[in-house]
Design a protein around this ligand. Structure first.
Ligand SMILES: [Zn+2]
Length: 303
């Protein structure tokens, strides 16, 4: 029975003679390919799922299993790679080589590797059901996530800090992304999603966003400086306007007070008669304490 890869080639290219280009590759090359298939990432996985955490179930490294299931050669090479991985990282995988060739022949390292990596952080080996934010097919504890991918920033921070628009950093989320894509040739930004208490969060690496913003704005430092100056100008204008409004309000209040006093004086003018308390001792005391004689003027109303 021909390998699946050969059948595929036959279906696509009828005229081409059936030929397997893959299995004759050097063992190191095939194992290198297997290593790339081990860690995969679906950035919008949390957007599709409603799982409220970073515990995104692994996709069972189906690409790796597919490769191993293709033919005997690839099965052997994929298992050789898995054995090498488990052995190389045995301090965390706790992998034990079988002592006899017979026992080793019964071993399926790929199965062991996939089982181990579905339950343990692939960086420190601790039990973990958590997915790495930027490589969500791998189990990864919180500490290792911080260590392996430091300087992660949220989408909101990325947009605000580098003056970008959502369609620029997440073109795949916009229906008009083809029209809005302003930077052809620029690779899409790496990102990951997770849900916390039902809220979807999108994370980027700060250095990736910074490099993208440099391309988008041309001169990032100059652009951010201009933006800051414009912000300060707007702030100053807002303050001046607020001060102006406050001053107008004070003037209006003063004018209203003067008007009220004038009205009161108009109403009381006829009834007002100046009397001076004829008590020298009392007056002298009050004057000594800073009061003037006018303070003892009282209104008198006629009956
Ligand atoms: Zn860890």
């Amino acid at each position: 029975m021909p390998p699946a890869a050969m059948v595929l080639i036959d279906l696509v290219e009828d005229a081409m003679p059936s030929r397997d280009y893959f299995t004759p590759l050097p063992a190191e090359t095939i194992q290198q390919i297997a290593s790339y298939l081990y860690a995969s990432h679906v950035p919008d996985k949390a957007r599709q799922d409603t799982i409220s955490s970073t515990r995104i179930p692994p996709k069972s490294s189906s690409d790796l299993l597919s490769l191993a299931s293709t033919c005997k050669t690839l099965h052997q090479q994929t298992n050789n790679w898995a054995h090498h991985f488990l052995h190389q990282h045995r301090s965390i995988t706790k992998y034990k080589d079988f002592k006899t060739a017979k026992a080793a022949a019964k071993q399926i390292p790929l199965k062991e590797l996939l089982q181990w990596s579905s339950r343990n952080c692939v960086f420190c080996g601790k039990k973990s059901a958590r997915s790495a934010i930027l490589m969500n097919d791998l189990r990864c504890c919180r500490d290792c996530d911080r260590e392996q991918w430091p300087n992660k920033i949220t989408k909101t921070e990325a947009l605000k800090k580098f003056d970008l628009r959502e369609h620029q950093i997440l073109p795949g989320q916009h229906r008009l992304s083809k029209l809005l894509a302003q930077y052809p040739g620029v690779p899409p930004l790496r990102y990951g999603t997770y849900r916390s208490a039902g809220v979807l969060t999108t994370m980027f690496l700060q250095e990736d966003v910074e490099a993208f913003a440099e391309l988008a704005h041309g001169d990032l430092k100059g652009h951010l400086k201009k933006r800051e100056e414009a912000r300060l100008q707007r702030q100053l204008k807002r303050k001046l306007k607020a001060d102006e409004r406050e001053l107008e309000a004070v003037e209006a209040a003063e004018a209203a007070e003067v008007g009220t006093l004038r009205d009161m004086q108009g109403n009381q003018g006829d009834a007002r008669e100046v009397i001076v308390i004829d008590n020298e001792d009392y007056t002298d005391d009050r004057i000594r304490n800073g009061a003037s004689e006018e303070m003892f003027t009282l209104p008198v109303w006629e009956n």
